[in-house]
Write a protein that binds this ligand. Structure first.
Ligand SMILES: NC(=O)c1ccc[n+]([C@@H]2O[C@H](COP(=O)([O-])OP(=O)(O)OC[C@H]3O[C@@H](n4cnc5c(N)ncnc54)[C@H](O)[C@@H]3O)[C@@H](O)[C@H]2O)c1
Ligand SMILES: [Fe+2]
Length: 383
């Protein structure tokens, strides 16, 4: 028995950002609240959604104060500002940071609790306001996932609102919107997308439905991530990345992430490292610990990444996936060792404790059971 979840409608392709107008009409929207950030707005991208809404006669209130890697306090202050507002449509246009703020706001307007009440799994009682999410990075897949992720500074970890009710009614994936994403953002987000596809593929709760998205997502990203890092104007490669990233999001809505994400969160929260970079720091080191738990799947991953596994034993073929992932991250210029981002070795026991005590949900999906000692070993290998 298994299930998967999707946005009610997904638009994909060049120019689909205009479909925000159809979605507003479908929702009967009169007063929209739109979330974005200054980088996305400054690049002229937010206007691509704002203009069609205005032409449709929708009143648009713009919040462009979203910040990268938001803390729960950022959601709380946006909620304080708008809680009395009479909005009927929520839009998020930006990377995962803006989309996570938007989708979280969409449930706050219809439920009676405060933001922190919904951190955890399936704690949201009522459906959200109609919501449309428009990614401008190919990375998080947040336009399709049931998750919104926030740093909890006092605990030094990241936690998520995980709820079927925050999957948006509409995901609008327009690859042209990613053309202006800077190289560093493109590379780190791309590694995040690949992590989603890979971790869901080997997850203990993977299903035939989620695997379909995981595998196709890995194929698309393996064939395009190096290309977008070499030439950000390569629209064909940008298009493959956007689809692969969306597939990673759907895969997350059908299976769990795993230890890469679990170990990346304490790093991201304590050292303000972008999410894709903190995944890259953990990625190959976690895989080294994991590959023997499912040699068949890890060998398949190696082949997707272009490794020739002919004549190798199952274990040998599986191990090839570790180096292949490390090379992918390195070729895109994303760090793979903690020393590259100046995380000191003496914090490792604290990181291991934080990952082990606060990330059991994700650790439960990992193909291999990991003790706190195993986790500490992985951080040390990454030092
Ligand atoms: N909800 C989920 O399922 C999910 C999954 C993975 C990660 N996340 C979260 O998403 C966040 C990271 O999101 P992200 O990697 O997409 O980056 P981001 O939203 O933090 O954006 C990074 C930077 O890139 C800029 N930018 C984005 N798109 C641009 C464009 N097209 N042109 C010019 N500048 C652009 C932004 O202005 C920002 O400065 C983290 O908080 C992470 O925890 C959420
Ligand atoms: Fe992620």
């Amino acid at each position: 028995m298994f299930s998967i979840r999707h946005p009610v409608r997904t638009w994909f392709g060049a120019g689909t950002v205009e479909k925000i107008r159809d979605e507003a009409e479908f929702a009967g929207a009169k007063r929209a609240l739109l979330f974005t950030d200054k980088g996305v707005r400054g690049a002229g991208i937010a206007d691509k959604a704002i203009d069609p809404l205005k032409r449709a006669g929708v009143d648009v209130t713009i919040y462009d104060e979203c910040v990268p890697e938001p803390a729960i306090g950022d959601l709380e202050s946006a909620w304080e500002q708008f809680r009395g507002g009479n909005f009927d449509f929520i839009v998020g246009i930006g990377g995962g940071s803006s989309m996570d703020l938007a989708k979280s706001m969409s449930i706050l307007f219809t439920n009676t609790g405060e933001p922190r009440d919904y951190l955890g799994a399936e704690l949201v009682p009522k459906p959200s306001l109609p919501c449309a999410l428009i990614p401008t990075t190919s990375g998080t897949g947040a336009e399709a996932t049931p998750n919104a992720i926030f740093s909890i500074p006092e605990k030094g970890v990241k936690m998520a609102i995980v709820s079927t009710r925050i999957i948006p009614g509409a995901a609008i994936v327009d690859p042209e919107l990613t053309l202006t994403a800077p190289l560093k953002v493109t590379a780190a987000a791309g590694v995040d997308a690949f992590t989603h596809c890979l971790e869901t593929y080997v997850a203990r709760n993977a299903t035939p439905l989620s695997e379909h998205y995981s595998v196709r997502g890995m194929e698309l990203i393996a064939g395009s991530l190096r290309r977008v890092c070499e030439d950000g104007s390569d629209i064909e490669a940008r298009t493959q990345m956007a689809l692969g990233s969306y597939y990673g999001g759907v895969a997350l809505a059908g299976a769990g992430a795993g230890a890469v994400h679990a170990l990346a969160y304490p790093l991201g929260s304590r050292f303000h490292i972008p999410h894709g970079v903190s995944n890259s720091l953990m990625f190959s080191h976690v895989m080294k610990m994991n590959f023997s738990a499912n040699p068949e799947k890890f060998a398949h991953i190696a082949r997707i990444l272009g490794e020739d596994t002919g004549g190798l034993s199952g274990e040998e073929a599986a191990e090839r996936s570790v180096g292949a992932v490390e090379r992918l991250c390195k070729d895109c210029g994303v760090p793979t060792q903690l020393s590259e981002v100046e995380v000191p070795a003496h914090v490792i026991p604290e990181l291991a404790e934080a990952a082990f005590t606060t990330q059991q949900r994700l650790l439960g999906f990992n193909p291999r059971e990991l003790s706190q000692e195993d986790i500490e070993k992985i951080y040390r290998a990454a030092a």
